[in-house]
Write a protein that binds this ligand. Structure first.
Ligand code: GDP
Length: 509
């Protein structure tokens, strides 16, 4: 079945299960504003044919089955196009929240709609909007809001992020994007780029008037100001993305250095959202803890050591229970996505002058090292200081050095001394700034576009530094930067990207 973007659609908008109230939502697509829409609503709500619901007013209605028996009584809210969520005529029916009640109302809507279409078809083919009603796809209401210019793409994505938000900070970030603040900031920058570009292109069109354009027009100064504003925007988006995506922290090190103890210590000190993966030999290989609203997914690699390091040997491990195998696969997956690697060593071995350098340690460690992303930040954790009498402290390179195995945090997973130093360091790696403005709850897609924008702006700056002979390239860089920015709000968006974005929404949203 091919799905049209203006078919009338219906879906249950509240979550599956029983509740005090359930909502069935309908968006009437190509019927909006036509007599058939009014007839449909009147009939569904058990009213006379000439009855019209007042827009934006709750009305008590009795939703009737085809034989005029009542399925349920509830409140109908009608929003006339274009003043609705989707921009089309929208009807929301608040009824009792039982799954069967809701399904019966959806079924009744579909049946009634198709009977109206066939009645109309026989009465007046020319005036008949052929589309009949169908079930909504996931995210289709919001997709229509996007297609009808009620929301831009970044705002539409923020709808899903708000629903999925798992911390207060994430809610505020999603709301900042949904309100359009993120899109507005992007538009302002894009406009500045367009202005600058227009200036450059006018010069290119009239080369005879070109007298040291870059100097005369303050193009470099303008570009510098755009880049400055861009950096601030990027930072807010990065902060927001952090709230959405969190950090994956992988614990590595030899057996018995205290990886599981550290995992537990971090989890138990926080009011943890525990995600234990059941296993026969280990209780937990992964925990999610929250620091300042940022989700840290902490992964212990000990399971890999127990069941063989390499992907293919996992299957061979005859004694590896299926659940363990799933746990190990997840651990590999986490390793490949690690943002931070904590290499644990025993304080006693440091005291004994043993080099904690990780590379080349053994087969498992090498296999893990090979899968770690190049940009993952690395830190050495010197554990068990309660045994050596060391004080909790930090030694070595600054936090900005992303490959800092010499950067050592001395702590004790057992007593908890030094855990605060580690937490603070993790937040620093995450780029967390306690007093910063609310982040925009950006997605990886947005960050990718922002990174691309940044590289075009860098190129623009480099070309500007080479003087007027590079003006054409300068203009092209500006054009590319502006195009990348516009991808975020969806000005240039391929259909398959839309499918991917809206397909991840829940039904009824
Ligand atoms: P893993 O194999 O790296 O996961 O290490 P475990 O967390 O299982 O710890 C191995 C042993 O070291 C256990 O007996 C722990 O109680 C002990 N241990 C872990 N951390 C500390 C610590 O900070 N101080 C002391 N004294 N013992 C610790």
């Amino acid at each position: 079945m091919s799905l049209h973007r203006d078919d009338p659609i219906v879906a249950i908008a509240t979550p599956a299960g029983r509740g005090g109230i359930g909502v069935v939502r309908l968006s009437l697509g190509s019927w909006s504003g036509l007599a058939i829409a009014q007839r449909f609503i009147a009939k569904l709500c058990g009213k006379r044919d000439d009855f019209a619901l007042e827009p934006r007013r709750g009305s008590l209605v009795a939703i009737g089955a085809a034989d005029a028996t009542v399925i349920d009584r509830g409140i109908a809210l009608y929003f006339a196009a274009p003043h609705s969520y989707t921009g089309e005529d929208v009807l929301e029916l608040q009824v009792h929240g039982g799954p069967v009640v809701l399904q019966m109302i959806v079924a009744r809507s579909l049946e009634l709609a198709s009977s109206l279409v066939s009645a109309d078809a026989s009465a007046n083919i020319a005036a008949m909007p052929f589309a009949t009603m169908r079930l909504a796809q996931p995210g289709e209401f919001t997709e229509r809001a996007f297609l009808n210019d009620k929301l831009d793409l970044a705002q539409a994505e923020a709808v899903a992020d708000l629903i999925e938000a798992s911390s207060e900070a994430a809610v505020l970030g999603a709301q900042a994007s949904l309100s359009g603040a993120f899109s507005k900031a992007i538009e302002v920058l894009a406009d500045q780029l367009i202005e600058l570009r227009a200036l450059v292109e006018a010069t290119l069109d009239f080369p005879e008037e070109e007298i040291d354009f870059l100097e005369q027009s303050d193009a470099r100064g303008r570009l510098a100001r755009v880049r400055e504003a861009f950096r601030a925007l990027f930072e807010r988006a990065r902060q927001g993305a952090l709230l959405r995506e969190g950090l994956t922290v992988v614990l590595i090190g030899r057996p018995n250095v205290g990886k599981s103890s550290l995992l537990n210590a971090l989890a138990e000190a926080e009011v943890a959202i525990v995600t234990p993966i059941a296993g026969t030999t280990r209780d937990r290989v992964e925990e999610t803890v929250r620091l300042e609203g940022i989700a840290l997914r902490i992964v212990d690699t000990a399971g890999i050591r127990e069941f063989g390091a390499l992907g293919d040997t996992v299957d061979d491990a005859a004694d590896a229970h299926a659940v363990e195998r799933i746990g190990i696969a997840r651990t590999w997956d986490a390793i490949a996505k690690a943002h931070v690697v904590l290499h644990l060593v025993d304080a006693a071995s440091i005291d004994a002058g043993i080099d904690p350098a990780f590379e080349g340690a053994n087969r498992e460690d090498e296999a893990i090292a090979a899968r770690l992303p190049a940009h993952a930040a690395r830190r050495t954790i010197v554990n068990k200081i309660d045994l050596t009498g060391d004080q909790p402290h930090i030694e070595g390179a600054p936090a900005s050095d992303d490959d800092a195995l010499d950067f050592r945090i001395y702590l004790s997973a057992k007593t908890g001394e030094g855990l605060d130093l580690l937490r603070r360091e993790l937040l620093a790696i995450a780029g967390y700034q306690p007093s910063s403005e609310t982040g925009f709850l950006a997605r990886e897609r947005h960050l990718a576009a922002l990174r691309a924008t940044q590289s075009h702006l860098d190129a623009a700056s480099a070309h500007a530094d080479q003087g007027d002979r590079m003006l054409e390239l300068f203009a092209e860089d500006l054009r590319l930067a502006q195009r990348e920015l516009s991808r975020i709000t969806g000005e240039f968006t391929a259909d398959d990207l839309l499918g991917e974005i809206f397909g991840k929404f829940c039904i009824g949203k």
